[in-house]
Write a protein that binds this ligand. Structure first.
Ligand code: F6R
Length: 609
């Protein structure tokens, strides 16, 4: 999740842009940069790491101007190094761009630019293609060149561009990535997010998908795709800075829960082509190598471990390779059986979790090949892995993981499909069916979010409880574990998750009149068994909230309350079922007035043992 800031006016653009970029810190970043137009020349400064690094570099130099664009980068394509930071310049140094999003067909465009226009690329990013493309189409009219360039792009983007020939215009365009223009006095602004501008203006225009906006010091003009001028009402922002960072949500956790359809979409984007083939850019495993793998360990901590529980099922089902899921803190002190035919998959949002890193190093020492599923480009785990599959969830600020978890599940789907297809263990029809289910996920996730009010009402019934049980079978066990962890960490309620078949082997003794059970019954093949479990606990006077797919109505008759998720295949159900569980934990914690984004005793990244 990168950030964009632009300024044109009479003041020093660099001060305003740096201050704006700093306000976007919550989006996370690994590098930052600024391009200014000074007397018809584009000046460029960029640095990796924190914005302070960029600031220091700028202070040392004679670098100023009244128009410019800046960017904080959260790496997706290419390492988080200075060369890959934005802005990117065209070969002739006359066009500079900043870009948020992903250009899906950048490889195709890059080859075209190299072949037909002898373009020499300086970075590994998809974004540099934009600067070069605009330059190819530039004929003195930046708006026209930007339009022609975006016509050739597929993907999601918010782009800001300046040209050396024009000291009064920033041209920007958006598709599926946020973009706003800010109204100043004798100056105007551009940004990806409201917090970047709050220090300077509270009057903004929201730019819609497909629109081009031309920001000059005297005015802001918005055009639709056909270049017809659009009249837009200005919006006056009343949020304070903290609320604005959360995009109007009360907590980052809520915002991140709601970002899941987009995060899942991004994680899938560009990885399933038009023919339905899964293409994984960071995975170099060949058929020969895959065929030689005799055992897989999936190792992680906490929520990432729960994703690994689901990953085991997917890999075993699709690729038929024996797979074990293990806790990193246990694995590192075991004496695991590992050889050169072992694949070690580590799952980590941060890529910096100490136990996971040490478990990975131990596996590497013993000869395993390392594949990581991670959210942070350039993090320790990704640097030491042979293969990396990124969850493109964007930065997760709330300590309780939500969108990282669902995108980790999506990555396991992609990986298991890839393995199953390559090893010929997954029939084509099955493969196509799963791909189809995955494509429908973002819309179904939005649908599940529609249950928020219903879940909030349920939460208000149970917020005073001191104990909650979660049960399920098959993939619902992993969801039960994750639902229980979410509740524990943010509400501080004592909750417990268990495979439903295990209940009668001990835990059933804990049931009193009214004991609350959340029963996950989303697996069609195990539905009858779960109904029996409900009967069993109801007979002991427990209170049951049943979670099932729409259409499976018998659960409604025997449960006290229900949460229904959209119809879907058993395989993808965990990605949908966990969403109301996250909301349930969130609402209970809110009613108990907990510090939701920063629960007590917890850190976002556990870098110590
Ligand atoms: C729970 C949570 C933690 C992390 C765990 C691993 O909501 O976030 O359980 O999942 O600490 O962290 P990463 O994924 O960064 O390795």
């Amino acid at each position: 999740m990168c950030g964009i800031v632009g300024y044109v006016g009479d003041e020093s653009a660099k001060e305003i842009i740096i201050s704006g970029l700093k306000s976007l810190e919550y989006r996370g970043y690994d590098s930052a940069g600024i391009a200014l137009n000074k007397d018809g020349k584009l000046l460029l400064r960029k640095e990796s790491g924190v914005i302070g690094n960029l600031e220091k570099r700028i202070k040392k130099n004679d670098f100023d101007g009244n128009i410019g664009i800046g960017h904080t980068r959260w790496a997706t394509h290419g390492a988080p190094i200075r060369e890959n930071a934005h802005p990117h310049l065209s070969c002739d140094g006359r066009i500079a761009i900043v870009h948020n999003g992903i250009i899906e067909n950048y490889m195709e465009l890059k080859s075209w630019l190299i072949k037909n226009h002898n373009v020499e690329f300086k970075s590994e990013t998809d974004s540099e293609v934009i600067a070069q493309l605009i330059c190819v189409y530039y004929n003195g009219d930046l708006v026209d060149a930007v339009r022609k360039a975006v016509e050739r792009m597929r993907g999601a983007y918010a782009i800001g561009a300046i040209s050396a020939d024009d000291e009064d215009r920033i041209v920007a365009v958006r598709k599926d990535a946020p973009l706003i223009a800010g109204i100043g006095k004798g100056c105007n602004y551009l940004a990806s997010d409201i917090p970047a501008l709050l220090k300077y203006t509270r009057d903004i225009y929201l730019i819609e998908n497909g629109e081009i906006v031309v920001v000059s010091r005297g005015d802001i003009k918005i055009f639709d795709e056909d270049m017809t001028r659009v009249k837009r009402e200005k919006m006056h922002v009343t949020w304070d800075a903290a609320a604005a960072e959360k995009g109007g949500y009360e907590h980052f956790m809520k915002k991140e829960i709601y970002e899941q359809p987009e995060a899942v979409n991004k994680t899938l984007e560009g990885r399933i082509n038009a023919k339905g083939e899964v293409k994984l850019d960071g995975i170099k495993l060949t058929k020969k190598e895959l065929d030689s793998i005799s055992r897989i360990y999936i190792v992680a901590c906490g929520t990432a471990y729960h994703a690994g529980m689901q990953g085991k099922e997917l890999i075993e089902n699709f690729a038929r390779i024996p797979t074990e899921t293990d806790l990193a803190s246990e694995f590192r002190y075991r004496d695991p059986i590992i050889d050169e035919n072992t694949l070690f998959i580590c799952v980590s949002q941060s890529g910096e979790t100490s136990d996971t890193i040490e478990a990975m190093r131990e596996a590497k020492r013993r000869g395993a090949r390392i594949l990581s599923i991670c959210n942070v480009v350039g993090s320790s785990i990704t640097r030491e892995s042979d293969d990396v599959l990124y969850t493109w969830a964007g930065p997760e600020i709330a300590v309780a993981s939500t969108k990282a978890y669902t995108t980790q599940l999506v990555c396991f789907f992609l990986l298991a499909l890839y393995m199953g297809k390559t090893r010929n263990t997954l029939p084509r029809k099955e493969y196509d069916r799963i791909v189809d289910e995955l494509k429908k996920l973002p819309a179904k996730m939005s649908d599940v979010l529609g249950a928020d009010d219903h879940v909030a009402r349920l939460a208000s019934k149970f917020a005073v409880r001191e104990q909650i049980f979660y049960i399920g079978r098959g993939s619902d066990v992993g969801t039960a574990y994750e639902a229980s962890l979410k509740l524990k960490e943010i509400s501080y309620i004592n909750s417990f998750a268990i495979a439903a078949g295990e209940l009668k082997h001990g835990t059933i003794a804990l049931i009193n009149r009214g004991t609350l059970f959340v029963v996950l019954a989303t697996q069609d093949r195990l539905y009858e068994k779960m109904l029996s479990n409900i009967e069993e606990i109801k007979a002991r006077h427990a209170y049951v909230v049943g979670v099932a797919k729409k259409g499976n109505n018998r659960i409604r008759r025997i449960s006290d309350d229900t949460i229904m998720i959209p119809e879907c295949s058993d395989e993808v159900a965990p990605i949908l079922a966990v969403v109301p569980m996250q909301l349930f934990a969130y609402h209970i914690a809110k009613l108990r007035k907990r510090d939701i984004d920063k629960p007590r005793n917890l850190a976002k990244s556990v870098t110590v043992e």
